[in-house]
Ligand binder design. Sequence first.
Ligand code: SF4
Length: 269
Amino acid sequence: MSDRRAEMLKEMGLWPVWRLRRAAGKNAPAAAEAPQEQALEGARPSDRASPVTPPSSRAAARPAAAAANDERRARIMRLEWGELKACVASCLDCSLHAKRNKTVFGVGDERASWLFVGEGPGADEDAQGEPFVGQAGKLLDSMLAAIKLRRGDDVYIGNIVKCRPPGNRNPEPREALACEPYLHRQIELIQPKLIVALGRVAALNLLAREATIASLRGRVHAYRGIPLIVTYHPAYLLRNLPDKAKAWADLCFAVDTMRDLKSRVPAPS
Ligand code: SF4
């Protein structure tokens, strides 16, 4: 292992875990983990429930509200940053508004190459109005530092929903659906080169399909044409330290992917 790689592992808090796994004789690549470890995946215990709106539910919900929803989406898609932030700050469009303290719009470089998306605010985020603060936020900052990134510097951080789901539960499908135009508009404005979905809830909502996180890791997907990579939510990694090694593999994959994306010469227009 090179000094640089060892240094990055230490910065991310991976070094002791890495050594333990080697001592246990597990030298296989992260993508080839044992099935029983894959079964543990998901950002939170309640991830076993589907976080994605079933197609049948979407179809049933559309007729009455379709026109209003389409008009709302079109209006949001025309908003610039200031208007979009104000719109989110006053939003009452799903039940999550009732118990929020602050909306959590997102933070960072508004023309970032990197966009990290989690599922929703927790208690600390709800209190401060910023995504990924508290222990999970510290780990995310360490993960960013391990690949020579930091929030606000070519990095933007957002969530699937802007208001805290009570009790840190997963967002309900209707809540994620109501909030989706805001994230969509943020992504349109940022135009990131690469999206990193943090956790199963973020991944499944961005990709709009059911899948295990194991089947999504290690591949480049797309959100509306933008390359997207899936890794674990930092809150999950805090409770499942051995999986930090898998997250490290995902970050290395993301760095390689970004390098490849930046090296591509745009086709002449
Ligand atoms: Fe509005 Fe999103 Fe908050 Fe729901 S979660 S009230 S859609 S900002």
